[in-house]
Design a protein around this ligand. Structure first.
Ligand code: NAP
Length: 472
């Protein structure tokens, strides 16, 4: 009855090869230098898995499947081409919602037509016990992923306020709902349609309830968590469908998403448990923000000053942040770096793990502008170098340089590791105004230091002006 047992050896081998390709894809994606190769491995693995599945299963209508793949492929291609880098987190959330929905739909199909999915017991009358548990788990995790991702998308896309929505007694409601889902999956062997519907509906509700109390600041962590859930939903459905490739892929996505969420939580000094429990402890994540406020003296510089100071330097370390992404300053920045190098200045880029609004945000943009990978350094590899650096050029970054993370216990970013730009001989700080604050909504002491010169203006325009001054 189980198709897996009957599958010829070459099918298992093909699925194994696709699994290995997925692992190589993850490995490739761990560094910008190898990410293109990683993507290719992933595409090849998926092609092998899909073709193997298609040729080894009875397919009711191949043309319909091919048409569906073509339509989905075109939509995905056009969306990916058009999407702005800064909108990537919500696109990822939207994609996860589709994975969750697919798991729910597959479970519904398998429940309604168990024969077609080979999940009937030997009597041929009832669904296999074990398949029901897998189905129940798959549909529950899929539904949570779907509704959670829809809320994450709406919050990130600005259709819904980013502020946490705290329902009174939410922890009790959430725990009660989760417990009810677990009990229902446990008694799903009774196999009544009402039970199935109840699992689906409660899971949609809990996905919604878990995500609404999470503030905008934690949303990227949530997106990565939902990515992990979508993987587990796919793995559970892989068990229902006896599809090895789906189990392997689901488990890889599930575990890598969980690891990424954990890394992001650590880099932002958030508690992993509090994020997945949904706004636990009422931490608003600071994104609601306070205003930057007190009047303190600060120095303003011009593009010419910046060009002069950097031209005299032995080493310049560029610290990009969210503002660089918003103004798309990366190409101008690379040009500036090229000019400096031509003058014999050593140029390095320092990347904070949560600079920008998603993991790897800065790396992707710098790679797009063809900044050489060997000039790009992670926080732990470059932080000690600021004290031997003549100019730290902070462009559109703020929170990731804020010393309050080390000194002010009341700060929302307290405990987050920061790039120690203040240790450089001179700090050039590019932002649009003194009033604008970073993501965490807090003032930054670096603006007011004796060795800081504020370069106020749009990041791209400012760098273009600096480039012009250098060229003279
Ligand atoms: P940030 O603290 O949000 O600061 C952005 C800075 O860019 C601000 O000072 C802003 O000041 C400036 N800016 C905005 N638009 C600009 C423009 N067009 N030209 C010039 N400057 C511009 O950015 P960050 O230092 O990159 O820190 C990232 C923050 O996001 C952290 O708090 C992190 O925890 C959070 N976060 C990151 C992730 C992730 O995965 N990367 C996920 C979730 C949350 P003005 O308005 O004055 O211009």
């Amino acid at each position: 009855m189980h198709e897996v047992a009957a599958a010829p050896a070459w099918v298992s081998l093909a699925y194994l090869v696709s699994g290995v390709l997925f692992i190589l894809a993850l490995r490739g994606l761990s560094s910008p230098a190898s990410s293109r190769r990683g993507n290719r491995y992933g595409m090849a693995g998926m092609l092998i898995a899909v073709v193997t599945t298609l040729v080894t299963h009875e397919v009711a209508s191949l043309p319909e499947i091919l048409i569906a793949i073509a339509i989905g492929g075109v939509i995905g291609f056009v969306t990916a081409k058009k999407i702005a880098m800064t909108d990537m987190p919500q696109l990822v959330a939207a994609f996860h919602s589709l994975v969750g929905l697919a798991a729910v739909l597959v479970a519904i199909a398998a429940y309604l037509n168990p024969e077609a999915f080979h999940v009937l017991d030997p009597s041929g009358l009832d669904i296999l016990q074990v398949s029901r548990i897998e189905m129940g788990l798959g549909v529950a995790i899929g539904a949570i992923t779907f509704s959670g991702s829809v809320i994450a998308f709406l919050k990130l896309n600005g259709n819904m306020g980013g502020k946490p929505i705290m329902l009174p007694g939410r922890h009790i409601i959430n725990l009660g709902t989760l417990a009810a889902i677990i009990v229902l999956v446990g008694v799903f062997h009774l196999n009544t349609p009402e039970l199935f519907v109840a699992i689906v509906v409660l899971s949609f509700i809990i996905g919604f309830l878990l995500i609404i109390p999470i503030g905008g600041a934690d949303m990227p962590v949530v997106v990565s968590m939902l990515n992990s859930y979508s993987g587990w939903a796919a793995a559970a459905m892989g068990f229902t469908l006896h599809n090895t490739a789906m189990i392997i892929t689901g488990a890889l996505v599930g575990s890598s998403g969980a690891i990424l969420s954990y890394i992001m939580c650590r880099a932002m000094n958030r508690s992993f448990i509090s994020v997945i429990a949904g706004g636990f402890g009422g931490d608003t994540g600071g994104a609601a923000g306070g205003e930057a406020k007190e009047q303190r003296p600060w120095k303003r510089g011009s593009a010419e000053d910046a060009a002069f100071l950097m031209g005299q330097a032995e080493q310049v370390v560029i610290v990009p942040g969210y503002g660089m992404a918003v103004s798309q300053a990366q190409h101008a920045l690379r040009e500036m770096g090229d000019l400096l190098k031509a003058e014999g200045v050593k140029v390095k880029y320092a990347i904070h793990p949560v600079a920008g609004r998603m993991p790897g945000h800065m790396n992707v943009l710098l790679a797009e502008a063809n900044v050489p990978y060997d000039e790009v350094f992670e926080l732990e590899d470059i932080n000690s170098e600021f004290s031997q650096t003549d100019v730290a050029f902070v462009i559109g970054a703020n929170d990731v340089t804020n010393p309050a993370a080390k000194t002010d216990k009341t700060s929302p970013i307290y405990g987050m590791p920061i790039l120690d730009v203040a240790n450089a001989k001179t700090v050039l700080f590019v932002k649009r105004s003194m009033g604008g604050v970073g993501y965490a909504g807090v003032d930054n002491d670096v603006f007011y230091m004796d060795n800081t010169m504020m370069l106020l203006g749009d990041a791209k325009k400012m760098v273009e002006e600096i480039v012009k001054s250098m060229a003279h």
